[in-house]
Design a protein around this ligand. Structure first.
Ligand code: ADP
Ligand code: MG
Length: 298
């Protein structure tokens, strides 16, 4: 269960799409491949799946070279391409059966995948009649048919409504417990909701490769809290991961923490344990979104 990318570069004419990219993915985990539009995400994914060739460098999937043994690579990989191309005139089950035959996948397996992706009630409909969320499920089901160890999903949640988003995310998370899932997105919240790790790409170069927990701990966060009477700074400095405390006015304090983890519940628990009353509690700057902007703004 592994993807090894070694010093990969790719140019389209005079356009450099990937510049000396290296990274490894080894465990059953969900890895977010994050970057703005045009960063090179789809190009990297097509190289990993062996659909296009790099100009230099090497990629191995489960130890198989994408250039020397593309058949073995494609056997190990389930791929959901960007924009999920489907045959809209085919019925769900007919489409999956058609693709399953190419991989010699059993009928039992087809039904199991239909069930796993929640397509059972829709499996007799034409793909063209399905909602965008269900079309994505068909794409996912298709990628899962031959039970690959590695899943490559190119922007799997683009264009979904909020309910569909929640469903597809939870499906991907479940799949990620047993498989390596490498998914691209240009939205940081997406990574926060689904991924164990993030690899950030900007203009064809890797600018971060971190576990989400590490990334959160590198970032600071300020919580604004108002109590109903004055509290000593020294007392508030006992909070976990606290960096500084400023009494801005009245009984309002700005508490800065050395983490991007939402610390409001810690402040709340601390207040409760010490019988302090909170009148208001807000996060001033939180998200990893600002970190993503810092890393990809040049
Ligand atoms: P992303 O998926 O991150 O949006 P892509 O990998 O699609 O980025 O594109 C990376 C860069 O390579 C972009 O500047 C894009 O215009 C260019 N590019 C991608 N595919 C081609 C192609 N087939 N021909 C020429 N340029 C391309
Ligand atoms: Mg893309």
């Amino acid at each position: 269960m592994s993807i090894e990318v070694k010093a990969v570069s790719k140019v389209y004419g005079s356009q450099k799409a990937l510049n000396n990219i290296s990274f490894n993915v080894k465990n059953p985990e969900v890895v977010g491949f994050l970057g703005p539009n045009g960063a090179g995400k789809s190009t990297m994914m097509k190289i990993i799946t062996s659909y296009i060739k790099a100009n230099s460098g090497e990629v191995f999937v489960n130890g198989h070279s994408t250039t020397k043994n593309p058949q073995a690579v494609q056997k190990s990989i389930g791929y959901l391409p960007e924009n999920n191309p489907l045959y809209l005139d085919m019925y769900v089950k007919e489409y999956l059966t058609f693709n399953a035959n190419a991989y010699k996948v059993s009928k039992t397996r087809i039904n199991a995948v239909i069930k796993q992706t929640g397509l059972t009630p829709e499996s007799h409909k034409k793909i063209g009649q399905l909602s965008k969320g269900y079309k994505q499920r068909v794409g996912l089901a298709n990628a899962l048919l031959h039970d690959p160890e590695v899943l490559i999903l190119d922007e799997p949640t683009t264009g979904l409504d909020p309910n569909q988003l929640i469903e597809i995310r939870s499906l991907i998370k479940t799949i990620g417990k047993r498989k390596t899932v490498f998914l691209s997105t240009h939205i940081m919240q997406e990574v926060e909701a689904m991924c164990d790790r993030v690899i950030i790409i900007n203009k064809g170069e890797i600018v971060a490769n971190k576990k989400l927990t590490e990334l959160r701990d590198e970032k600071e966060q300020t919580v604004i809290v108002e109590f109903d009477y004055r509290i000593e700074d020294a007392f508030l400095l006992r909070l976990p991961k606290v960096k500084s405390v400023i009494n801005t006015y009245g009984f309002v304090y700005e508490i800065t923490f050395k983490t991007a983890q939402d610390m409001r519940s810690s402040v709340f628990d601390f207040a409760h344990d010490n019988q302090l009353k909170i009148l208001q509690l807000n996060q001033k700057n939180a998200s990893l979104e600002s970190l993503f902007r810092d890393l990809t703004s040049s």
